[in-house]
Design a protein around this ligand. Structure first.
Ligand code: MF3
Ligand code: CO
Ligand code: CO
Length: 312
């Protein structure tokens, strides 16, 4: 049974801003380490140490065990190339041309969950891989831009699906965004496909993730025998981005921003893009990481930010 999502109180919203920024800062921290030859197990170890020692957060994914699942064994998810989501960090070194999603969910000492993920390109990737990552990024932002009071979740899913399919890609159906707060996964379910004017109506104070998984080939997925890793059934490349957003009185506020997170796509010029860019500029770099910050910030935004595109 679908229960109605309960809007957050102003105090809860404050705590969620903190939780989501901390999750984003784990990504800022790890970005410079995503290099040819590094293993995803090493990235996992570094993120765990950063969460626990620098942030005093803990990973929400470590030992996470929803009904029917074995406990998830790592502090981040690392989904490589044809892996769609929930990839388990391992000992294989990254190689040139890999595309990697790193998904971070932290729990703050106050008990709030922040959830965000980004794509990373290892060295130089193929034109297809870059176009897939860029399109998935635009899909996420188009979804965010559709968020406002009175809109419906079908509006969000629709713009995501339309943009993916216009670019010749497909949307994964089995996994979706989700409400989040004092729990990892709450109502509502945020599908990344759908029809305008359908689904749950958005209301100020709602907080949920938008995290489209976009495949270069067909939408179908399979689960690996590790019980977690999801791959494209046709083994085509897959890309995903995730932000946690708040429905405000007039639109959306992205909560999972950090100093080095990529800017909204260059073709997005409205008030949401401007407010987001201003909010990013106002944030201090993640603690204990000032040196790597410059590098990460420039590298990521050069790919996903300032690019002028007329398609979106
Ligand atoms: N962070 C993922 C999400 O966006 C969930 C990962 S659950 C795990 O909802 F167990 F695979 F880590
Ligand atoms: Co996530
Ligand atoms: Co999520």
């Amino acid at each position: 049974m679908m229960s109605k999502p309960i809007p957050k109180t102003p105090e809860e919203i404050k705590e969620m801003r903190i939780a989501c920024r901390l999750a984003a800062e784990v990504l800022d921290y790890i970005a410079p380490f995503v290099q040819i030859g590094v293993t995803t197990a090493e990235l996992d170890r570094l993120c765990r140490e950063y969460m626990e020692k620098t942030q005093s957060t803990i990973s929400a994914t470590l030992n996470y065990a929803p009904p029917g699942y074995t406990p998830y064994p790592a502090s981040i998810c690392t989904s490589l190339n044809h892996q769609v989501c929930h990839g388990i960090p391992g000992k294989k070194p990254l190689k040139k041309g890999d595309i990697l999603n790193i998904d971070v969910t932290v729990i703050t000492p106050a008990g709030f969950f922040g959830d965000t993920s980004r794509m990373f390109i290892v060295g130089e990737a193929s034109i297809l891989a870059k176009r897939l990552c860029q399109t998935a990024y635009e899909c996420m932002w188009l979804g965010i831009a559709a968020v406002r009071p009175g809109a419906r979740l079908g509006d969000v899913g629709h713009v995501i699906q339309r943009h993916a399919e216009r670019n010749g890609f497909s949307v994964v159906r089995e996994f979706c965004g989700h409400g989040i707060g004092r729990k990892f996964h709450e109502e509502p379910q945020v599908l990344h496909y759908g029809h305008p004017g359908t689904g749950v109506e958005l209301w100020p104070g709602m907080i949920f993730t938008i995290e489209p998984m976009i495949n270069a080939g067909k939408a179908a997925i399979s689960e690996l025998s590790d019980g977690w890793t999801i791959v494209t059934r046709d083994r085509s490349l897959s890309a995903q981005w995730e932000h946690t957003v708040l429905v405000t009185g007039t639109g959306a506020e992205v909560l999972s921003l950090s100093a080095a997170c990529p800017l909204p796509p260059g073709a997005m010029t409205g008030t949401l893009a401007k407010a987001t860019a201003d909010a990013i500029a106002a944030l201090p770099p993640a603690p204990a990481h000032v040196e790597a910050f410059e590098h990460a910030s420039r590298a990521i935004s050069a790919i996903y930010g300032g690019v002028e595109r007329d398609k979106i």
